[in-house]
Each structure stands twice: as C-alpha cells, then as structure tokens.
Ligand binder design. Structure first.
Ligand code: HEC
Ligand code: HEC
Ligand code: HEC
Length: 429
C-alpha cells in the first residue's frame, strides 16, 4: 500500500500548490511609490488635460463607458459577451461609484495590467489587451482628463456571468494564453510616422479588438493581427485591414483610409454598423497627421494568402440571373450598373471588402437594414440607403447579395436564403 500513501501525499501537495496559486498567484504587485511621484498640480495642467481628452477620444472610452442617453463616461450599461453580461463601470471622478479615490498608479494598473484597485483581474471586454501598449505619459494625460470631469454618481449594473467565468481568478489561464503586458516599443528601423501609426492602431485606438478573429475562448491569437473576424455576439464582420495582395483593403490608397476614418466615406467603401460608431465617436476627431500615420502603418501590413476556394454549393445560373434582375431594379440607381457607385455619395460595391468579406453577413444585413453613412463634421448631410427587409424575400436578398459578391471583379461565395433568414430573425446589434 506504499503507492497509495505516495499518491495521497502527491494529491495533498498538488492541492496545497493549487491553493497557494489561487490565493497568491495573481496578487497585485504594488509599484514603488517613487514611480508615481509627481506634484498633484500636474493633474490640473490644462495642456495635459487637453492631451488626455484627445487620447480618451482616440481610445473611444465613451463608446463603452457611456450609456445611451446617459452622462458621458459614467458607465451604467453592460456589454454582452458569449460568457454573460459584463457591467461597464463609471470612470468619472465620483468618490464612491467612480475613480474619485483612485491614484494614477491604480489607473495605470487598470490600463496597463488589466487589474483593479484591489488586484482583481479585469475581463478582456475591457480592451486592456490593446491599452497595455499605451505609454505612461499618455496614460497620465488620460487620467488628468478623467479627473477633470464633473463627478457623476452612478453605480454599475449587475453582472450576469455564469460560473466559472464569474470567478475573476479564472482569467489567470486566459491571460497566460492571450495577454502580453507591455508598452509599445518603437521600431528604430521604421520612420517616426510609421511608429506613431503603429502605436495608435495597436494601442489606444485598439483596432485589433474588432478586426481579428476570436477563438472559442474569446482570445485573438497573435498571428491574426488585423486579419479580420466576426465581432462576438454581433452579426457584423470586421474585414481584414491589409492593403497588399489578397488583403481586405487591397486596392485602397492611404488617402482612402484617411478619408474613411475622417469622413465615414471613401472612394472604396462607406463605414456602417459598429465601424460607423467608431468613426463618429473617435476617428473623425483624430488629427490628419495621426490618421496619415495610421494609414502608413496599415499600408505596411503583410500580403495575405489567397483565400481557399469558398466551399459553397455551385451557383445556379438562375440565382445569379435573379440577383442581377433585383439589382437593376432596386440597387443600380444608386450603386450603378457596373457597381462603381457615385463618388462622395454612394459607395462602390465592386472591389469593396465589406461586400466580399468571407461571411457575407455585412452585405446581407446592409440590404435588410439599410442605413446612413455616418454623420461627421466632414459629411454633414449623409446619404442613405433604404431598408429592403419588407420589400424583398429571403430568396431575393440571397440572390442579389450572391450576385454583388460575384459580379464585376468580385469573387466571393454565395449567401443562402437560410442565412438571410437567420440574419433577419436574429438581428443582434
Ligand atoms: C470595448 C469596451 C470598452 C472600452 C472601449 C473601454 N472600456 Fe474601460 N472597461 C470596460 C469594461 C467592460 C470594464 C469592466 C471590466 C471588468 O469588470 O472586469 C472596464 C473597466 C475600466 C476601468 C476599471 C474601473 C473600475 O471601477 O474598476 C477603467 C479605469 C477603465 N475601464 C478605463 C477605460 C479607459 C480610460 C478607456 C479608454 C482609453 C476605456 N476604459 C475603454 C469596457 C471598455
Ligand atoms: C467596434 C469594432 C471596430 C473597431 C474598434 C474598429 N473597427 Fe473598423 N470595422 C468594423 C466593422 C464591423 C467593419 C465593417 C463595416 C464597414 O465596412 O464599415 C469595419 C470596417 C473598417 C474599414 C472599411 C472596410 C471597408 O471595406 O469599407 C476600415 C478601413 C476600418 N474598419 C479600419 C479600422 C481602423 C483603422 C480601426 C482602429 C482605429 C478600426 N477599424 C476599429 C469594426 C470595428
Ligand atoms: C438610395 C440609394 C441606394 C439604394 C437604392 C441602394 N443603396 Fe446600398 N448604399 C447606399 C448608401 C448611401 C450606402 C452607405 C450606407 C452606410 O454607410 O451606412 C450603401 C451601402 C451599401 C452596402 C455596404 C457597402 C459599404 O461600403 O457601405 C451594400 C452591400 C449595399 N449598399 C448594397 C445595396 C444593394 C444590394 C441594393 C439593392 C437591393 C442597394 N444597396 C440599394 C445607397 C443605396
């Protein structure tokens, strides 16, 4: 029975190790007080506050931390995730429900390390996986701006996370897989402009949080950087952002990227769905120099492998014929027979990555829902597209979307009537 005793001993040792890890493994490491030494008046410096306001806009903090119709940055809503609803906290300086009693060091730990004031681990619905790249000077400016806001008293809503996700410590494993803590390191071989763009895109602007595929644990594997993916819990697909061969933005110029981010409309496509919110709330306010830097960085993303032949059923000629008929009747007046659109008014559909993205959901949902190009300072009278949900049947929508995905220079897979019906009946977000 010696082996049994040995086994029992091992079990005890393992359990002790597990308990030690559970209780101490993720403990908050207090940073040395020397690091946070700066005069309290620093936080009231108007230049620092203005810089912080700009960076909070680049970071689109209000996109999540402001409830519909609620006070700016006062939280009060919850984000739906595949694991349950996560409340978004108040980040105005209210002492009880917001950041009133936070030191800069607390804020730095949140943004940079994804940890709360008491060492608790944050859910990555708070995109600290990107914000960790923000440098200390910029974080200090953001903090100064947040501290300068009027304090709003508003407690967070309740969480609906199910076990084991409700245990924050369960995030230790997730973090080991997907979270690399560290400020952006400039690449000395690249230009200052490229480095500025890379910093903004990867850090504060957190483009990768939407524009990358997520696996079943909700993480974005490193090699998927900006290569496109469906947004969790939303029937929207954020396309690949490479501008080189087989990239989602193949054929785009840097000016097209700047135009889209600044006005919501470019010669190659228009922003809609969640991207329209990003343009309205954040990128339209980014300076031209910074937008140009971001475009320079995107232009350096590598070419992509050619997509494998899309595994869709062979397309019946009748479907494409029906699609072409629907197109000339309902769409060509705006998007033109050759899919080239009207510059500055109606986006082209030929060579448009949102039409040809792998899932087909963007074009399908645009046809069902219609929409307005985003209302921006540069585009004060947006043009609109009518919704076709009432007017066209599932098979008509599938035919016209399949048609535009294969017409002209487009070569994407077809969309089936079942898919249309699904997007029609589960119109999440
Ligand atoms: C995509 C949505 C999203 C964006 C964008 C976002 N946050 Fe958050 N933030 C969250 C969520 C969700 C939490 C709560 C996480 C949790 O409970 O684990 C959070 C938590 C925080 C916290 C911790 C507050 C507390 O009381 O514990 C701070 C500080 C914070 N965010 C600051 C920011 C700043 C600054 C920005 C912009 C640079 C920002 N957030 C942008 C979703 C977001
Ligand atoms: C909240 C999610 C989200 C974030 C954050 C986001 N995007 Fe998008 N983006 C989308 C979606 C969804 C689309 C597809 C709809 C469309 O084309 O407008 C899109 C489309 C685009 C397009 C246009 C593609 C086309 O064919 O028209 C560009 C360019 C783009 N995003 C760049 C960016 C950049 C740069 C950032 C960071 C500053 C960013 N996006 C951040 C969701 C997001
Ligand atoms: C009255 C003019 C008009 C008609 C008719 C129209 N569209 Fe549009 N379409 C637009 C506008 C404006 C946008 C940009 C909307 C936005 O950004 O939210 C757009 C956007 C789109 C998009 C998204 C591409 C992008 O980059 O924004 C697709 C796909 C699309 N339309 C397909 C169609 C199809 C298919 C039909 C016919 C069934 C159609 N449209 C009819 C005006 C029109």
């Amino acid at each position: 029975m010696k082996w049994l005793r040995r086994l029992a001993l091992w079990v005890v040792v393992l359990m002790v190790l597990l308990l030690v890890w559970l209780f101490f493994g993720g403990r908050h490491q207090p940073t040395s007080p020397a690091m946070s030494k700066f005069a309290a008046s620093t936080l009231r410096d108007p230049a620092l506050i203005a810089k912080g306001e700009y960076l909070v806009t680049v970071g689109d903090c209000a996109g999540c931390h402001t409830a519909q119709g609620g006070a700016a940055l006062a939280g009060g809503r919850a984000l739906a995730t595949p694991f349950g609803d996560i409340p978004v906290p108040n980040i105005t300086p209210d002492p009880e429900t917001g950041l009133g009693n936070w030191s800069f060091e607390d804020f730095w730990q949140a943004l940079h390390a994804g940890r709360g004031r008491h060492g608790e681990l944050f859910y990555p619905a708070f995109p600290y996986t990107s914000y960790t790249k923000v440098n200390r000077d910029d974080a200090l400016a953001m903090f100064a701006y947040l501290k300068s806001l009027p304090p709003i008293r508003q407690a967070a809503t309740a969480s609906s996370l199910a076990f084991p996700y409700s245990i924050r410590r369960s995030l230790l494993g997730w973090r080991a897989l997907y979270f690399k803590e560290g400020v952006f390191k400039p690449d000395p071989k690249r230009s200052p402009q490229w480095n500025r763009g890379a910093y903004l895109v990867q850090g504060p602007a957190h483009c990768n949080e939407c524009h990358a595929a997520r696996d079943s644990l909700g993480g974005t594997p490193q090699n998927e950087h900006l290569s496109g993916g469906q947004i969790p819990m939303q029937n929207w697909y954020a396309p690949d952002l490479s501008m080189q061969s087989n990239g989602g933005l193949q054929g785009w110029s840097e000016q097209d990227v700047v135009d889209l981010l600044q006005t919501g409309l470019s010669a190659k496509g228009a922003a809609f769905g969640p991207m329209a919110d990003v343009v309205v709330g954040s990128t339209q306010h980014i300076s031209r120099d910074d937008l140009q830097a971001m475009a320079t960085y995107l232009a350096s993303l590598p070419p992509r492998a050619a997509a494998a032949e899309q595994k869709s059923a062979p397309v019946a000629a009748a479907v494409i014929e029906q699609g072409e008929k629907v197109y000339s009747q309902h769409c060509a007046a705006c998007h033109r027979k050759d899919g080239s659109g009207v510059a500055g008014v109606y986006p082209p559909l030929d060579g448009n990555s949102s039409v040809t993205e792998p899932s087909g959901m963007n074009a399908t949902r645009m046809v069902l829902l219609g929409g307005f190009t985003p209302l921006t300072a540069a585009n004060p009278r947006p043009y609109s597209m009518p919704p076709f949900a009432q007017q066209l049947s599932d098979s008509e929508v599938s035919a016209v979307v399949s048609y535009i995905r294969r017409a002209w220079t487009n070569h994407a897979g077809v969309v089936r009537p079942e898919d249309v019906s699904r997007y029609r009946h589960t119109p999440i977000d």
